[in-house]
Design a protein around this ligand. Structure first.
Ligand SMILES: [Mg+2]
Length: 335
């Protein structure tokens, strides 16, 4: 079965364990079977609005609570940010995001600065105010209430204090109700990056490799023996950026047509309807057509048209028809 090739399996949550609020069928049975085979089972969501307690409640509501009794196995952008700051000497951070994220960063020994939010203040007024010169990190996470003040304060910390820039993720959109796409944290990060002429020093969420590197290290396994299971391109890139394999499940956002279109690091190693495939043999997903074969495609078609034209001239000047072109294409592209 697929899981035999791996010592550690990392699951994305939404679209994999549950989808549209419903638990994916056999999710618990699959996780139980993996644990019974002594696989290390971790979870990694890009959600940066849930602290560990709320995140665990979501697992419990889907009957999966026992798999996250130990917090070590439950990761999201909040826990990843905490992990980042535990390994740093950061003193003060300006954090845009939810209370759970601020608590997690405080839990890593960092003072979280909460400047007085001046809604609607003019740029002239904002320029009058000093920023805290001790702020040495800026953290950008999803916050539906962010506006000019947040962009301005974050930018000034970067420009005036040369603070470190940490993003929880750069997801430019997220799927919302009625099939609509709404701006994600990436839109906010892009605004700050544009204003400061800086790029993030680290992105702690997917598809950046930071969290998966940390999970692989925690599990004490090799990346090669670790499988990431997800429902989006970012899960596949997350896996490959960290040297792991990726199983794309079709129980969430991505479709089989999406997977067929993806190439390079976005091409999944396996594709299956849902996570239960872990307990069955699964064939490798075929690689994308190579760029070398695509490179020859256009010259081949042009040459085929030329051959068809010459053939038609020999036949008395009639224009080449479709079958002439097909025959010539077959001849030119035959191995
Ligand atoms: Mg997902």
């Amino acid at each position: 079965m697929l899981a035999d090739a791996y010592d550690c399996v990392v699951f994305d949550c939404d679209g994999v364990l549950w989808s549209g609020g419903e638990t994916v069928a056999q999710a618990k049975a699959t996780l139980d079977a993996l644990k019974a085979q002594n696989k290390k089972v971790y979870f990694m969501s890009n959600n940066s609005s849930r602290g560990p307690d709320v995140f665990r409640q979501v697992f419990e509501s889907h009957g999966l609570g026992e798999h996250v009794k130990d917090e070590r196995f439950m990761w999201n952008s909040v826990t990843a940010a905490q992990r980042w700051f535990k390994g740093r000497k950061t003193k003060k951070a300006y954090v845009v995001g939810c209370a759970a994220l601020k608590d997690a960063i405080r839990g890593a020994g960092v003072t979280v600065v909460e400047p007085w939010k001046q809604m609607g203040a003019t740029p002239e007024k904002l320029a009058e105010e000093a920023i805290d010169p001790a702020i040495d990190a800026v953290v950008l996470a999803f916050d539906k209430d962010y506006g000019y003040f947040e962009i301005c304060y974050a930018t000034r910390c970067l420009l005036e204090n040369n603070a470190e820039l940490v993003a929880t993720n750069r997801d430019f959109q997220f799927p919302a109700q009625k099939n609509r796409k709404l701006p994600g944290n990436g839109a906010f990060v892009a605004a700050v990056c544009a204003a400061s002429r800086r790029e993030p020093d680290v992105v702690v969420g997917k598809p950046s490799r930071f969290a998966l590197d940390a999970i692989v290290a925690d599990a004490g396994v090799s990346a090669r023996r670790t499988l990431m299971v997800g429902d989006m391109w970012s899960d596949v890139e997350f896996a490959h950026n960290a040297g792991c394999d990726a199983l794309l499940v079709l129980s969430g956002v991505a479709s089989l047509d999406d997977a067929r279109r993806w190439s390079g690091i976005t091409r999944p190693d396996f594709v299956a309807p849902d996570l239960t495939a872990l307990l069955r043999p699964v064939e490798r997903f075929p690689p994308a057509p190579s760029s070398s074969s695509r490179r020859w495609l256009l010259p081949s078609i042009v040459a085929a048209a030329a051959v068809a034209f010459l053939v038609s001239r020999r036949r008395g000047g009639a224009p080449p028809d479709r079958s002439d072109l097909d025959d010539a294409t077959r001849w030119l592209t035959a191995k």
